[in-house]
Design a protein around this ligand. Structure first.
Ligand code: UDP
Ligand code: MG
Length: 321
């Protein structure tokens, strides 16, 4: 089994050498071959030069350098693409994660899990701007996605290769990897991980991230639950809205036709028309969504199910999918 350690780097010049040494110290004690993949996410400091120096001395190191800053999600996604190991470890490049935790993560993987996620139970970041919003976000994400973790934001995670191959990341989705992975049937668990204050460099994020997280959460939830049947969401909303509108309109028509009530000054009429229109819009959106879903799956040759294994033939041969 080979281990690939993926590390996104954006302006971390003071951390790189220390991080590399600390990580290497741990990796040599592990009984598996390893590689370290640094993704330089368009750093503007000397990070890339430092990484290249390390790469020249250590053939287990791969450096992928982006043309510009594409963000941490893109960096991690590139790391997954270039990783050749069966097990992939992701960690931050700012030394906040502790490489000494890696053996415990691997032991947990040996128990059969596909994804082990770190929980920074003693997180060393500011309370109001970072830990509090993150606590709330973790609760919301857990409830909405049904994948209950204390800490979605910890980059220190280990993955079985099949998991990273089965998922596509967009936007700022790296924190949702466990939720997305649950969509392809991954066995997920969480263990406590050490967390250290940032000693060098500055955090690349602020409080504005919380709002983005909520938007991403909507996307993830929608894809997980209704990605293959959008009409069920939009159609349902459309039917509810349309039916209420129709009943109101019917009621008004009866008043007008049989009782001669004037409709000119009835706000209810406006509401009825609005609800019917919204209803029609929702239903058409759902139908368009259905078309999109078909394009999405068929264009990529991506089935709507995920196979673990196929058992067939008389020779008791197992075919891995
Ligand atoms: N990072 C990156 N690209 C970015 C922002 C961050 O590759 O656009 C890297 C950064 O260098 C670090 C990791 O992602 O290794 C986590 O970033 P940071 O420590 O700033 O996040 P925090 O720990 O404050 O949540
Ligand atoms: Mg950090």
């Amino acid at each position: 089994m080979k281990l690939s350690v993926v590390i996104p780097i954006y302006n971390e010049e003071e951390n790189i050498n220390l991080l590399y040494e600390e990580l290497k110290e741990v990796l040599v004690t592990i009984d598996h071959p390893h590689e370290i993949i640094f993704i330089d996410d368009g750093s503007r400091d000397t990070s890339l030069a430092l990484l290249q120096q390390i790469q020249q001395q250590d053939s287990d190191v791969v450096v992928v350098s982006f043309r510009r800053n594409f963000g941490q999600t893109a960096a991690m996604s590139a790391g997954f693409d270039y990783a050749t190991g069966e097990v992939i470890v992701t960690m931050d490049g700012d030394m906040q994660n502790d490489p000494h935790d890696i053996p415990r993560f691997l032991a947990k993987m040996d128990e059969g899990f596909d994804l082990v996620s770190g929980w920074r139970f003693d997180r060393k970041d500011a309370f109001i701007s970072r830990r509090l919003p993150s606590m709330i976000a973790n609760k919301i994400i857990s409830v909405v996605t049904g994948v209950h973790l204390h800490d979605y934001g910890c980059t220190l995670k280990t993955f079985r290769r099949e998991v990273t191959e089965g998922i596509q990341l967009y936007g700022e989705m790296h924190r949702f990897i466990p939720a997305i992975a649950s969509g392809v049937g991954a066995e997920i668990t969480e263990i406590k991980a050490n967390h250290r204050p940032r000693r060098f460099g500055t955090s690349k994020y602020g409080i504005s991230r919380t709002l983005r997280v909520i938007l991403d959460l909507m996307t993830v939830k929608f894809l997980l639950s209704y990605g293959t049947r959008p009409i069920q969401v939009f159609g349902m909303l459309g039917m509810i809205s349309g039916s209420i509108g129709f009943i109101l309109a019917l009621f008004l028509s009866i008043q007008k036709l049989f009782f001669g009530v004037s409709l000119a000054n009835r706000p209810l009429l406006l509401l009825a028309v609005l609800l019917i229109f919204i209803g029609m819009q929702f239903i058409s959106m759902g139908l368009l969504g259905e078309l999109q879903a078909r394009t999405y799956h068929e264009a990529q040759g991506k089935p709507i199910y995920v196979v673990r294994k196929v058992f067939k033939g008389s020779s008791r041969e197992e075919k891995q999918e």
